[in-house]
Design a protein around this ligand. Structure first.
Ligand SMILES: *Cc1c(COP(=O)(O)O)cnc(C)c1O
Length: 426
């Protein structure tokens, strides 16, 4: 029943964010289809989180598979230095087309963290290129998550547990509370007027994902845009989670009618099929690099820049967004999640219920045993992975009503259990 590779591999594989001594042994997944993951013992789980928020069209979508297969047969990849090939070139033009405003210039990387690093490098080099200014700093927000690499850790929330250990090894950045009222906007205004070393303000627009699906209003982004314009600072939207329909619009920037100077994309970019990320800069930012001086070129170049398989998947994913009613599906999911989960607000065990687009979060009022909860979800045929005390759903947009209802029902049962049984809490 248990596959032979599991035990042997476990002695050698080092898993993400896992204490290898005490981590619960992961379940072996052997097949996916639609919104379902099949385990080696034959059980099927309904996936409530779409593999770290990537599988927007469900698993094994025939269009994504055939696009990658076709590319694989013709030319798996060639380097982007000195050679041009179709998929990244097509994808750059299409992303420029769907991205808001003058976000027109696309740089490809393989992971979200690196896309954010590239955004940071672009911002720093931009001010140096156009004015010879040295602006090494960024302003970002508590609750933010922008990646796991050294530069990105420094703009993440400094308090949450994942990166605190490295604080001394990071270049310190300005991380402050997300503004919410006139007083805090004034505070940011003063801060930006007295700190002339800031290259850019960086924010996860509308939903801070990894912090537990913390949602905020479009006005915050509108104020940030105003403040950045007033103080001549770039604005970066990290849309690695929110991009491609998650909030109900193709980008959170569309939903808020705010156009950043730089946007980062990843996660659902390829529909979860391949690792690929992108950093998109505005025409104005790109112009800061466009020069006769070779030293003003953007100084970055990953080995697998513009990977052909990833870009083929991303092009096919954009086709699906064009041809299928994805944003309508997200809207229907939003309605069903709202109707299904809002009643939980009345329970003592629940502190808050939040829904936006195809994202729902039920925040519990106390810490509880997450490992036990995960096991109970599995028993109920649902793959749900709480972030601390936040039980959340970020389903694929093609999930049908009855599967969605099953996930909602699973969360109801969990809340009922917590409401009645003190021993489930910590
Ligand atoms: C996941 C995520 C990242 C990091 O992406 P990786 O591909 O894991 O490196 C950065 N920013 C946001 C908002 C994310 O959700």
């Amino acid at each position: 029943m248990e596959p032979d590779w599991l035990k042997k591999g476990l002695e050698h594989i080092w898993l993400p964010y896992a204490q290898m001594k005490t981590a619960v042994q992961p379940m072996a997944a052997v097949k996916t289809e639609g919104v379902r993951i099949t385990l080696s013992d034959g059980r099927e789980l309904i996936d409530g989180v779409s593999s770290w928020w990537t599988a927007a069209h469900g698993y094994n979508h025939p269009r994504l598979l055939s696009a990658v297969a076709r590319q694989l047969e013709t030319m798996p990849h060639v380097m982007l230095g000195g050679l041009a090939h179709e998929q990244p070139y097509r994808l750059a033009a299409r992303l420029a087309d769907v991205a808001p405003g003058a976000l027109n210039h696309v740089f490809f990387t393989e992971s979200g963290s690196v896309a954010v690093e590239v955004a940071m490098k672009i911002a720093v080099q931009y001010w140096r290129n156009i004015r010879g200014e040295n602006r090494p700093k960024f302003l970002s927000f508590k609750g933010g998550y922008h990646g796991d690499t050294f530069a990105t850790m420094a703009v993440c929330d400094p308090e949450e547990g994942m990166h605190r250990l490295f604080q001394d090894a990071l270049l310190p950045q300005y991380v402050t509370d997300l503004p919410k009222d006139d007083e805090s906007y004034d505070g940011l205004d003063r801060f930006l007027s007295t700190h002339k070393d800031i290259a850019a303000v960086m924010v996860e627009p509308l939903i801070q994902g990894a912090a537990g699906m913390q949602m905020f209003d479009v006005e915050v982004l509108q104020h940030l845009r105003e403040l950045c314009d007033r103080h001549d600072v770039l604005l970066i939207f990290d849309e690695i989670f929110t991009g491609f329909g998650r909030t109900g619009a193709l980008f959170a920037a569309d939903k808020s009618q705010v156009v950043p100077d730089i946007m980062t994309l990843g996660k659902a970019l390829t529909g979860g099929v391949c690792p690929l990320a992108a950093t998109i800069a505005s025409k104005r930012v790109f112009q800061g690099f466009y020069d006769d001086d070779p030293a003003k070129a953007l100084m970055h170049g990953p080995t697998f820049c513009g990977h052909a398989l990833g870009c083929a998947a991303a092009n096919a994913s954009l086709d699906l967004f064009e041809e299928e009613p994805r944003l309508d599906q997200v809207q229907k999911i939003e309605q069903r999640l709202s109707a299904g989960l809002a009643p939980l607000r009345t329970y003592d065990a629940v502190k808050d219920v939040r829904v936006m687009g195809a994202v729902a979060a039920v925040e519990l009022s106390q810490a509880y045993n997450v490992e036990q909860a995960r096991a109970r979800f599995i028993e109920r045929g649902s793959f749900i992975r709480p972030l601390g005390r936040v039980i959340y759903l970020s389903p694929s947009y093609v999930m049908g009503g009855s599967d969605l209802d099953h996930l909602i029902e699973t969360i109801h049962e969990e809340v009922m259990l917590l409401e009645g049984d003190q021993s489930a809490w910590m």
